[in-house]
Design a protein around this ligand. Structure first.
Ligand code: ZN
Length: 407
């Protein structure tokens, strides 16, 4: 993956290449950025950059032979390019995630190996396929991809041992060894085993820790890494990416970009599912809460509980977006008005209605219980109970103007 394949994030790209060329690169970096902003892709592209033959001056074939036919030594200075070349053998391997000097640590689930706790290399094949197809996917998507069902992703103690083992191997071809850790938050206390490795790594070792939530990172790692803070994607970057990569209609892309919270994964989901059943489902739900009562609510919950976890989560995210639209009040998406009759216009219309029946603290409370529920779905809550409880909470939030009940 080259930098040019990554949406936006120009400043971060320049920061990274600058650090490399000015020799100010720490051997352990923390790529910290919210879901859907491309943090993992940046780490991958930077690894490819560091190893690219053209960047570190290994690729030039001898231009001429010396007096006695021996190749002239080539000591070409490394080039200060702003992206890897994408074509040298090293780049080609990096792009396919098969470079022997790029190592990955990823969330794994138990039971992959029969004889010992799972380590990342056990899942490297499905991982390659997943991340090549979903560069903006999150850990939830990954666990779905490996059919983890109700299992939680984690990084095992065995994995920490394996990291130490792999980082102490000799570099295979590039001189460097690079470890990319995805979901650094998953290191439990066993991550402290890495202390010595992070403090005194073998020469030419780079460790890129990718994380979304600073508060959940082990102190050992947090305090010993150079922070690369990755901002949310801008609306215009998301719009352009939706138009170019997803072939979205520009109008629709602009509206989605204006309320996807800088999260490209969400934006794509919105684009794909915006016209799904969500609209009808939400209307039925609200009607059952506001008008038709318990029987209709039970029926709705039963049906919703049958959807898969991912769909349930997408539905709640959809609702959450509409609430965000209602909260942002002016409905003035930089003056962008959705086309009449389009799905965006319908969403906007719903948001306006929501704004009429709910005050700001109520909307805030609704957003909060929805976020909680998404979190619980990701952790395999019983969906019937969850949607039932959620229905009751929403009823209270909407009908009682007092919001104290929420917490
Ligand atoms: Zn290259």
């Amino acid at each position: 993956m080259q930098f040019k394949d990554i949406i936006g994030q120009q400043e971060t790209k320049q920061q990274l290449t600058g650090l490399f060329h000015q020799n100010r690169l720490s051997h352990a970096l923390l790529f910290l950025g919210k879901e859907g902003n491309g943090a993992l892709s940046l780490a991958r592209a930077f690894a490819q950059y560091v190893l690219c033959d053209k960047i570190n001056g290994r690729s030039q074939a001898p231009a001429s032979l010396g007096m006695f036919g021996e190749p002239e030594p080539v000591n070409q200075a490394p080039e200060q390019l702003d992206d890897s070349c994408g074509v040298c053998p090293s780049c080609q391997k990096s792009a396919r995630l098969i470079h022997p000097d790029i190592h990955f640590t990823i969330p794994t689930i138990s039971g992959i190996s029969k004889t010992r706790p799972t380590i990342s290399t056990d899942l490297i094949e499905p991982w390659r396929k997943f991340i090549l197809e979903n560069p903006y996917g999150n850990s939830f998507d990954w666990l779905q991809h490996i059919d983890a069902e109700n299992k939680q992703g984690n990084i095992t103690s065995e994995e920490c041992n394996d990291i130490i083992r792999r980082m102490n191997l000799k570099s295979f071809e590039s001189g460097y060894k690079i470890l990319i850790v995805w979901m650094t938050e998953l290191f439990g206390n066993e991550g402290n085993k890495l202390l010595k490795l992070i403090e005194e790594p073998p020469p030419q070792t780079l460790m890129f820790f990718v994380a979304e939530n600073e508060g959940q990172i082990l102190q050992t790692i947090l305090s010993r890494t150079q922070l690369i803070k990755i901002p949310l994607l801008s609306k215009s970057d998301i719009t352009e990416a939706l138009v170019e990569k997803e072939k979205a209609d520009r109008g629709a892309a602009e509206v989605i970009a204006s309320f996807c919270d800088g999260n490209y994964r969400d934006a794509v989901l919105q684009l794909k599912h915006g016209d799904d059943q969500w609209e009808v489902m939400l209307r039925d739900w609200m009607n059952s809460i506001l008008k038709s009562g318990p029987m209709a609510q039970v029926k709705w919950v039963e049906e919703t509980a049958k959807l898969g976890r991912e769909k349930q989560k997408q539905f709640l995210q959809y609702f959450l977006h509409l609430i965000e639209m209602a909260v942002t009040a002016e409905f003035n998406n930089n003056g962008i008005e959705p086309e009449e009759g389009s799905k965006q216009a319908t969403q906007l219309d719903f948001a306006k209605k929501l704004k009429k029946i709910c005050q700001f603290p109520q909307l805030e409370a609704m957003a909060s219980v929805l976020s909680d529920s998404i979190y619980q779905i990701e952790r395999n809550a019983n969906s019937k109970m969850l949607f039932h409880a959620l229905t009751i909470r929403l009823f209270h939030i909407i009908s009682n103007k007092s919001v104290i009940l929420v917490h």
